[in-house]
Design a binder for this molecule. Structure first.
Ligand SMILES: Nc1ncnc2c1ncn2[C@@H]1O[C@H](COP(=O)(O)OP(=O)(O)O)[C@@H](O)[C@H]1O
Ligand SMILES: Cc1ncc(C[n+]2csc(CCOP(=O)(O)OP(=O)(O)O)c2C)c(N)n1
Ligand SMILES: [Mg+2]
Length: 505
């Protein structure tokens, strides 16, 4: 007997296929984008009604993948379907609803994880029966059978399996699993540094949360106070990127169960001192949180709240062609510091320079004095956490533009210049190492003087490193070009991404 959960999840997948076919049909008729259809769908048709009553809520992952996948590859799918139809007797013209079933089935056969092709084909034949009472289900069977036969066969017998999809990085996972839940306008499509919440006053609340984990964000040997400082620093940096003034924060702490009482006491004491050092940057301090013992490494989360005058938050979406691109402070120090802390000092590197860079790795300096002063002056802003190129690419994708930066214009500290003199191979860390917690923003040239004045008032240096250009062609191409003396640099990665195979680069 099958466990009931499996039956449940099979039904959720059936519901997802049905919903996907309807959405694909709607996309074709209305010309709307997949994301819009999906958002409307989740808002308006939940819970199920009418013909769908017998089905549980759809498997959101499958639904999202089918809708987005079909939209991204409609032409390819249609051409494969039409080739098969042309080989059959009679007209190749088919109704849009039938075509929607075939597109979804063809996409699932080609691109989605290991459900046997036989099962997939059956599911779409059933959908054919749900909508039609004559020969259409047989046509679905024939077309999908032919498509399946063209797929690589992994084992003899009746089970056809598709290739494993590539590993999803953090952003793809967020997009597929969490974005469909974030339908509130203030969620900003889960694509900005923080979320906005209108609370019926002249201000909007700005909310952000960041987790830091031992050996992922900080080193096991890092002083406990620096971990407290880093936790608040990375959250404050997101508020600064939104142009928000910090109000208060919540704190969640998971301490390893294996630690002795003495170790736990000593570490939490140091951690709290680090929090106390950074906390004055908030108008109020700690509001609440949670403390647990866990069979895992240290894992710390803060949720920071800030405020902006309503409608004035800095967003990632507004960059325009011709904007100048600016960064605050110096770039690359923390990534160099991390490398020196883990790999030791290359011959010739002075310990004082190394200590400066390691301190920059341990203690982010969130640009909370600058962010709010940029309100009204810049078109787009983000903080640099994953890497200069990766975070600029986030702005570009959100804004539908490209960027060209001049590597020689990137501001470097004396300590970084000193290290690079002895270890020039570490140069790429500047562009893609991350952990900078500086601001990157784009603005029209006409605002330059006002931005310079804001930077002076904030006591933070800023540098212009490039220009915004028109949208990429093709749209999925990397949006950021890094130039050195007129030549485009080849980069192995653009920055840090959790779950990605190249995250250590
Ligand atoms: N588990 C989650 N649930 C909801 N939203 C998430 C989740 N993880 C990340 N996000 C959102 O996805 C976006 C990208 O995440 P991230 O790169 O961590 O943001 P940031 O670099 O600004 O801290 C942000 O808008 C963030 O709020
Ligand atoms: C021990 C250690 N290894 C590697 C890194 C590099 N690193 C880890 S996470 C990260 C990116 C920023 O962290 P993330 O969780 O993505 O924060 P967010 O972008 O969400 O603010 C970088 C550059 C580090 N900081 N510490
Ligand atoms: Mg990140």
């Amino acid at each position: 007997m099958k466990p009931p959960q499996r039956v449940g999840s099979q039904l959720s997948r059936s519901a997802a296929r049905l919903a996907a076919v309807q959405a694909i049909y709607e996309m074709e008729v209305t010309g709307a984008a997949a994301d819009t259809i999906l958002e409307n769908f989740l808002r308006q048709r939940w819970p199920w009604s009418g013909a769908m009553e017998a089905l549980p809520p759809p498997d959101l992952d499958l639904l999202t993948r089918l809708i987005q996948g079909v939209q991204a590859s409609t032409e390819d799918l249609d051409s494969a379907i039409d080739t098969i139809l042309e080989g059959r007797q009679g007209s190749t013209r088919i109704e849009l609803l039938l075509r929607s079933i075939l597109r979804a089935g063809a996409y699932e056969l080609r691109a989605l994880p290991e459900i046997p092709a036989k099962v997939v084909i059956n599911e779409y034949i059933n959908l054919g029966h749900a909508f039609y009472s004559s020969g259409e289900p047989a046509l679905v069977n024939a077309v999908l059978d032919r498509l399946a036969a063209a797929l690589p066969r992994q084992s003899p017998g009746d089970t056809l399996r598709r290739r494993r999809p590539p590993v999803s990085g953090e952003f793809d996972l967020i997009h597929r699993f969490f974005r469909p839940l974030a339908t509130a306008p203030g969620a900003l499509g889960l694509s900005d540094d923080a979320a906005l919440l209108a609370v019926g006053t002249a201000d909007d609340l700005v909310l952000t949360t960041d987790t830091i984990v031992e050996s992922v964000h900080f080193l096991p040997g890092d002083p406990a106070d620096s971990v407290g400082g880093k936790l608040l620093g990375v959250n404050l940096s997101d508020l600064a990127a939104m142009g928000a003034e910090p109000l208060a924060y919540l704190l969640s702490v998971a301490v390893p169960q294996a630690w002795s009482d003495e170790r736990r006491e000593a570490w939490l004491g140091g951690f709290a001192r680090g929090l106390a050092q950074m906390q004055p940057l908030f108008r109020q301090g700690l509001l609440g949180g949670d403390t647990v013992a866990a069979p895992a490494d240290l894992c710390l989360t803060a949720t920071a709240l800030g405020r902006v005058p309503s409608g004035s938050a800095l967003r990632r979406t507004g960059a325009r062609i011709g904007d100048a691109i600016f960064v605050s402070g110096t770039i690359g120090d923390a990534a160099l510091g991390l490398r020196l802390a883990t790999d030791g000092l290359p011959p010739g590197v002075a310990t004082a320079a190394a200590a400066t860079l390691i301190d920059r790795y341990r203690w982010p300096r969130p640009r909370v004095t600058l962010g709010p002063r940029l309100r009204g002056l810049v078109h787009a802003a983000a903080d640099v956490s994953d890497g200069l190129v990766a975070d600029l690419a986030h702005i570009c994708r959100a804004s539908g533009v490209t960027a060209e930066i001049d590597a020689t214009a990137i501001p470097l500290s004396d300590a970084a210049l000193h290290v690079l003199q002895f270890a020039p191979a570490l140069r790429s860390l500047i562009l893609t190492g991350g952990d900078d917690y500086e601001l990157i923003f784009t603005a029209p040239a006409a605002n330059r003087a006002a931005i310079d004045a804001a930077a002076v008032a904030a006591e933070v240096a800023i540098s212009c490193i490039g220009t915004i250009g028109p949208a990429s062609v093709p749209p999925e191409a990397e949006p950021v070009r890094v130039m050195v003396a007129g030549v485009t640099m080849a980069l192995e990665s653009t920055g840090f991404e959790h779950f990605s195979c190249n995250r250590k680069k």
